[in-house]
Design a protein around this ligand. Structure first.
Ligand code: SF4
Length: 448
C-alpha cells in the first residue's frame, strides 16, 4: 500500500534542517510519497523509522533479478492494475524456449537466432531478453550441455526448466555467475528446488495447479527463505491464463503477500498465430516473464511492440529531442520539412524521407511530444513555434532557398508561417506515407 506524505512526515525528524535540499520535512515527505526523491536523501532518518517506512512502502510485488551484467533484467515491483493510474514499471521479460531434445547444433543455431531477435522501433531498441532451456529429455547431462550452449550462443540470461531439482542444480552450476531463473515445473519438487536456488543464489520459478495451491507453495518457500520467487499459476491456454494472471495481480495489490511475486505465463500449443495472440495478451495483463515457442521475427515483433507500448509512461509522450535532423547527404538545395517531436511523427517522417532517397532537413518542433494535430489543436504547433524552431536550426544561413514544407493536415498555418518567418510555405502530404511521392514529384527531385 502506498504511503501518504503525512504517513512519511510522521516518521521524519521534523527539524526542517534543509540537508535534503528541500525547505521543510513536509515538502520532503511529499516528494518521497510521489517517488520524486528517495528516503535516503534525508541523512537524519532513524534506523527504526527507515525500517518502518521501508516495510510499509514495500511494493506489493517482489522485485526479482534474473541474469548478471549486461544480460541482467529485473521484473516485478509493480504497483498498479491499470497503467493510466501511474505506469507499469518493469517490462515483461520475454523468453524463447529451446528443448534439450534437439541436437547440439540445432540448440546452438536456435539460441544464436534468439539472441538476434532485436528491432529498432521509434528510435529505441526492443529485444528478447531470455533464452529458456526446457529439460524435456529429463536427462541432467543433456540439460547441462544445452544450457551452456544456449547461454554462449545467445548472449542472454537463461531460464532453466526442469521437473527434477538435481538437474536444476547441475545446470545452475554450469551457469555459475550468470544467475539463471531456475524454473521447477513439478510442484512436488519445489522445496528441493528452493534449496538449489538458495545454494546457487538464483531466482526460482515454481508452478502449482491453481492459485490456492500456488499461494500455499509460495508461503512455504518464503518460510524457507526464498524471496526471489516467480509464480506460474499452472494454467495453459488464453482464457484460464488471463483469468489467473488478473486474479494474481488484483490479490497482490490487495497486499495478499503469498501472491506478491512476479507472474510467469507460457504460450501453449503449436499454432504460430495463437502464440502471438497469447504473447501479446499476457504482456498486457500481467506476465512479468513470458515463455514462448514463438521465435520467428514476425511473431516476436508484435509481442515486443505491445510490450513497448504498454510499458511507456502514459503521462510522458515518447519524444525525440526537438532540433534539426538531416537525412542523407543534404546540401544547400535540400528541402526542409517540419514536424513535431512526437517520436512516432518524427520517425514516420524520417523513414519516409529515407525511402524517398531525396536528402532532406527535418525540423522537429518542440510540442512536448505531441503529434501534429494534437499539437496544433493545443496551440503548440503554430506559426510562432515553427518559426522559432526554424531560426534555432540555423538553416537560413546554410541554404540557397527559403522554402518550408509543412504537414498537409495543418495547411491552415501556411499564411501565418509565411508572415512570421518570411519563408515560402509549401503544403506537404497529410500522411508521412505520401512523402516519397511528394519529394520525387516536386522540384526537390534532383539527380544523385
Ligand atoms: S534532511 Fe531530513 S530532517 Fe532535514 S529537512 Fe530534510 S527531511 Fe527534514
Amino acid at each position: 500500500m502506498a504511503l501518504s506524505g503525512l504517513d512519511i512526515y510522521k516518521q521524519l525528524p521534523k527539524t526542517n534542517c534543509k540537508d535534503c535540499g528541500l525547505p521543510t520535512c513536509l515538502a520532503f515527505a511529499m516528494k518521497v510519497a510521489t517517488k520524486q526523491v528517495g528516503l535516503e536523501a534525508c541523512p537524519h532518518v532513524s534506523a527504526d523509522a527507515a525500517a518502518a517506512l521501508e516495510s510499509a512502502s514495500r511494493p506489493p510485488i517482489q522485485l526479482v533479478t534474473i541474469g548478471e551484467g549486461e544480460a541482467e533484467i529485473k521484473v516485478g515491483n509493480e504497483t498498479q492494475l491499470f497503467r493510466h493510474e501511474e505506469k507499469f514499471h518493469r517490462p515483461t521479460a520475454v523468453a524463447v524456449r529451446i528443448s534439450d531434445l534437439d541436437d547440439e547444433q540445432a540448440i546452438t543455431d536456435r539460441a544464436a537466432a534468439i539472441g538476434r531477435l532485436a528491432f529498432e522501433r521509434v528510435g529505441r531498441q526492443i529485444r528478447v531478453n531470455l533464452v529458456a532451456v526446457d529439460n524435456e529429455s529429463g536427462d541432467a547431462a543433456k540439460l547441462e550441455n544445452a544450457v551452456k550452449r544456449a547461454a554462449e550462443a545467445s548472449g542472454l540470461a537463461c531460464v532453466v526448466m526442469s521437473a527434477k531439482a538435481e538437474n536444476l542444480r547441475r545446470a545452475a552450476a554450469a551457469l555459475s555467475g550468470r544467475r539463471p531463473l531456475l524454473y521447477m515445473t513439478d510442484p512436488a519438487e519445489a522445496e528441493a528446488a528452493a534449496a538449489v536456488a538458495k545454494d546457487e543464489n538464483c531466482p526460482l520459478a515454481v508452478r502449482a495447479d491453481g492459485l490456492e495451491a500456488l499461494a500455499e507453495l509460495s508461503s512455504k518457500l518464503a518460510v524457507l527463505g526464498v524471496e526471489q520467487l516467480v509464480l506460474d499459476p499452472g494454467t495453459r491456454g488464453l482464457k484460464p491464463t488471463l483469468e489467473a494472471l488478473t486474479a494474481m495481480r488484483r490479490l497482490a495489490l490487495k497486499n495478499f503477500r503469498a501472491l506478491g511475486y512476479p507472474a510467469l505465463a507460457m504460450t501453449a500449443g503449436d499454432d504460430p498465430t495463437m502464440q502471438v495472440v497469447e504473447g501479446c495478451t499476457y504482456v498486457a495483463k500481467y506476465a512479468a516473464v513470458l515463455v514462448t515457442d514463438a521465435s520467428e521475427p514476425w511473431q516476436i515483433l508484435p509481442i515486443l511492440t505491445a510490450r513497448q507500448d504498454i510499458y511507456t509512461d502514459p503521462q510522458k509522450p515518447v519524444a525525440v529531442e526537438p532540433r534539426l535532423y538531416s537525412v542523407g547527404a543534404v546540401d544547400g538545395d535540400s528541402p526542409v520539412l517540419v514536424t513535431t517531436n512526437f517520436s512516432l511523427s518524427y520517425y514516420s517522417v524520417e523513414s519516409e524521407v529515407e525511402a524517398s532517397r531525396v536528402p532532406a532537413h527535418i525540423i522537429a518542433v518542440d510540442t512536448e511530444g505531441t503529434s501534429v494535430l494534437t499539437a496544433w489543436a493545443s496551440d503548440k504547433f503554430n506559426a510562432e513555434t515553427i518559426t522559432k524552431a526554424l531560426r534555432q536550426s540555423g538553416l537560413e544561413e546554410r541554404l540557397s532557398h527559403k522554402r518550408l514544407v509543412i504537414p498537409g493536415f495543418v495547411a491552415v498555418l501556411s499564411a501565418g508561417v509565411e508572415d512570421e518567418s518570411g519563408w515560402g510555405v509549401e503544403i506537404g502530404p497529410k500522411e508521412a506515407a505520401g512523402l516519397p511521392n511528394y519529394l520525387k514529384k516536386q522540384q526537390w527531385n534532383r539527380p544523385a
